[in-house]
Design a protein around this ligand. Structure first.
Ligand code: CDT
Length: 310
């Protein structure tokens, strides 16, 4: 019998700075309904799907900053999404900003939660590769994720969703081959990726025309080289004056994009992911157990000083 997972990518159009959680959650519930109507059993929302992408600003008002984070998941404000999942019998993955007391101190992570079709939390991922800087840097697009988040501390976990092994990555993670390989080695069959990516980077004008290529290239390579499904949901469009790239898509283990959005708005795409393709594609040269040479890859896991050439 063929194993498959109908998966939906729910791209979000821009979210305003003053948009309330209730307004955003209503948009997400509407997309979850479209995903379920399209036959999906799992829906993916972007990175920071509950708020505007505030790391574009060097904010000073602590109350405003705190307002972008969730201290519990679900909360009274996000519960309608969990209730909808239970009502519609569909799971979801949601990127959000997490504030938590851990090891006796307040900590902030850029996180994604995986939720079952019963509305119960299955697992949590915290973004590992946190890009940008702590303070604005001259000549560089302001991207202050390192002011607002610390790097994740949960590794690259893989969770079981309806018998399918699922990994999660968040935005900049998708550009790092090690992230996909870690998930593949932990048995992931599908990777869910949420992102907020500026369309323009002032520091690299020569590469401007390649932004969408550089969005899809690492995700297609990650899918192909690790023979996994990749589903990717963007926050897209002109958000508070900053253009965010769209291009949300679903990629087969062959590396081929099998579904892609056609707008920069709230949009839902659904694809029935054939999980037998993973093994079939692996047979075309990616039998990891047979051909991989981990004893020759020590530099990859070495700290920069040991590697010596970074
Ligand atoms: N959100 C996120 O990680 N965005 C990064 C942009 C980094 S620009 C300094 C990305 O890789 O798309």
């Amino acid at each position: 019998m063929t194993r498959s997972l109908p998966v939906a990518v729910c791209q979000c159009g821009p979210i305003r700075r003053d948009e309330t959680r209730a307004e955003v959650v209503a948009r997400l519930v509407a997309m979850l309904e479209r995903a379920a109507a399209g036959g999906a059993r799992l829906a993916l929302f972007p990175e920071m799907a509950l708020t505007t992408f505030f790391p574009r600003w060097d904010l000073e008002d602590d109350a405003e900053i705190a307002g972008y984070y969730e201290t519990e998941m679900p909360s009274a404000e996000t519960r309608p999404l969990f209730d909808a999942a239970r009502r519609l019998k569909i799971g979801f993955a949601l990127g959000y900003c997490e504030a938590v007391i851990e090891e006796g101190r307040a900590r902030r992570f850029n996180s994604m939660v995986l939720v079952g079709d019963d509305g119960a939390v299955i697992g949590l991922y915290r973004k590992m590769h946190v890009p940008g800087s702590e303070t604005p840097e001259p000549g560089v697009t302001v991207h202050l994720e390192r002011k607002y988040f610390e790097p994740g501390n949960l590794g690259f976990p893989v969770f079981e969703f309806q018998g399918v092994r699922i990994g999660m990555l968040i935005c900049n993670d998708r550009r790092w081959p090690e992230a996909y390989r870690m998930l593949r080695l932990a048995g992931a069959e599908m990777v869910l990726i949420g992102y907020n990516t500026p369309l323009l980077l002032t520091e690299t004008p020569r590469l401007a025309h390649l932004r969408m290529f550089h969005n899809h290239l690492p995700m297609q390579a990650g899918a192909y080289q690790n023979t996994m499904w990749v589903a990717a949901a963007a926050k897209a469009g002109l958000e508070e004056g900053q253009a965010l790239i769209g291009g949300s898509c679903i990629i087969a283990p062959s590396g081929e994009i099998v579904a892609q959005v056609a707008s920069l708005e709230d949009e839902v795409i659904v694809h029935h992911a054939d999980l037998d393709m993973n093994a079939e594609c692996a047979r075309a040269g990616f039998d990891l157990a047979r051909y991989r040479r981990p004893s020759e890859y020590a530099l990859i896991a070495a700290e920069p000083a040991a590697a010596g050439r970074e």
